[in-house]
Ligand binder design. Structure first.
Ligand SMILES: O=P(O)(O)OC[C@H]1O[C@](O)(CO)[C@@H](O)[C@@H]1O
Length: 443
């Protein structure tokens, strides 16, 4: 089996190989506690076995639902936030053409519910005015404010446009099996719906209908994605030392030496949302009890011209993990130019990717020289199968890292703080006391 590779040899200038080696038993114990189900947050371990548990019938149901929605619409708005948004967007942006949402693309996917920007919604409603559109609404709790606002706006528009019966055929809901407003509404209106298992948290849910259905609607191969995750699960769960334990041990060793920030860097703009997905995965899992490695993302070479200076010469507190894609799908050669005014003829005849790869190598060497330990994850190609491997690798490494730092990697209590203040400020029923207190504070 060809697979993604993890290489941590370039951290050895910063932390001795033996020091990382000494953490392997701890990483293995953490992995064992995940497998045995006796770690903190053990009621949310469903993601560990998800790839193996998805049945052909479930995949078929998603593919058929996607086909039906595509046949009735030219645009599908996928509504969700956080774990109910990022995984699907990560895969769609990685696999789609860079300009897929412009012009006469086969199927347009638009995302909503991940912000509360009034102009965004004005523009979205305007855009949809003359479109045959459908909605895929995703919320595990079924009560999150951002997607609920988006759904209210779009549902009303769709019903006005095509009538309630046809709207009901163009709306698919993905939510809890029993609870939440979205479940009640889906059952009442008879929407086609899919279930997010109780024991899978939002940020670990990309391999449930949360990620898989929008990816299928966009026309990508969800079976290949799941296959990749199955392969990585096998590789990691069958060997004590595996890419996930290595990554967890290496980053933990660096963290314990004072490297408190991890940059995940790509050299391919299609990976931008994979990095966004990773940021939520590690951010919500590790950042608690005043502990954690701050997960930051950079798109190179773009950000080398904005953040590069800081990374090279700012305070030494960052480690960096580069995701590298070995082989692009297409070939573009740099042409020769007789006038050579731009002095670029030394690149004539080279592929654009050859230049990119040298930028990547040059950056990694420069960052190591500048005091930034470097780890490398290599994907042979940007395909659904390798992305499936990558997802499982990161999820498992995240679970292991979180257990090693002693936190519960599967909750996110801190996210409630802003919501409580927002509801108090908006005088939501039930928040009367909090409203008074917050108003007093603002006087
Ligand atoms: O699917 P839901 O319940 O709408 O939640 C969306 C996101 O909100 C959070 O609960 C908090 O940000 C995330 O953990 C989750 O991924």
């Amino acid at each position: 089996m060809n697979s993604i590779k993890f290489d941590y040899s370039s951290v050895c200038n910063f932390v001795k190989k033996e020091e990382i080696g000494m953490l392997f038993p701890e990483a293995e114990r953490a992995l064992q506690s995940l497998k045995d189900g006796n770690c903190k947050g053990n009621d949310f371990l469903g993601w560990l076995d998800l790839p193996e548990q998805i049945t052909v019938e479930e995949l078929k149901d998603m593919e058929e639902t996607a086909r039906a929605l595509r046949s009735r619409t030219e645009v599908v708005v996928v509504i969700g936030i956080g774990g109910s948004y990022l995984g699907a967007r990560a895969v769609i942006e990685a696999l789609a053409g860079s300009f897929h949402n412009f012009g006469k693309a086969d199927m347009k996917i638009i995302f909503a519910g991940h912000n509360i920007g009034e102009d965004y919604y004005y523009e979205l409603l305007n855009y949809l005015e003359d479109k045959e559109f459908g909605i895929c609404v995703i919320s595990k709790s079924g009560t999150t404010t951002e997607p609920a606002i988006a759904f209210r706006l779009l549902k009303e528009m769709l019903e006005k446009k095509v009538g309630r019966t046809e709207a009901g055929k163009r709306i698919v809901a993905i939510t809890d099996a029993h609870k939440g407003a979205l479940r009640t509404l889906a059952d009442q209106e008879g929407y086609k719906s899919f279930i997010i298992p109780d024991n899978v948290g939002g940020r670990f849910s990309v391999l449930t209908p949360v990620g898989l259905l929008p990816i299928a609607i966009a026309g990508f191969d969800i079976r290949a994605l799941v296959k990749g995750a199955v392969e990585m699960r096998k590789l990691c769960l069958e060997q004590e030392i595996n890419p996930a334990t290595e990554y967890a041990a290496a980053r933990t060793a660096l963290h314990r030496k004072g490297y408190n920030i991890e940059l995940l860097a790509d050299f391919n703009p299609k990976l931008h949302y994979i990095i966004e997905w990773w940021k939520q995965l590690f951010g919500e899992s590790e950042g608690k009890d005043h502990k954690g490695i701050f997960p930051a993302g950079v798109d190179f070479t773009t950000d080398l011209h904005s953040m590069g200076q800081f990374i090279q010469q700012g305070p030494r507190m960052m480690m960096e993990t580069v995701i590298s894609v070995e082989k692009p799908h297409h070939r573009v050669d740099i042409p020769a130019d007789d006038a050579n005014l731009d002095k670029l003829n030394f690149l004539a005849g080279k592929r654009v990717d050859e230049v990119n790869k040298m930028a990547e190598l040059g950056t990694r060497l420069a960052h190591v020289d500048g005091g930034v330990p470097n780890m490398l994850v290599t994907l042979p190609e940007l395909t659904a199968e390798y992305i499936g491997q990558l997802f499982y690798f990161f999820e498992l490494a995240c679970g292991i890292s979180g257990c090693m730092s002693g936190v519960n990697p599967f909750d996110q209590p801190g996210v409630e703080a802003y919501k409580n203040n927002m509801f108090a400020l908006l005088e939501k029923p039930g928040y009367e006391e909090a409203s008074k207190a917050i108003q007093k504070r603002l006087k």
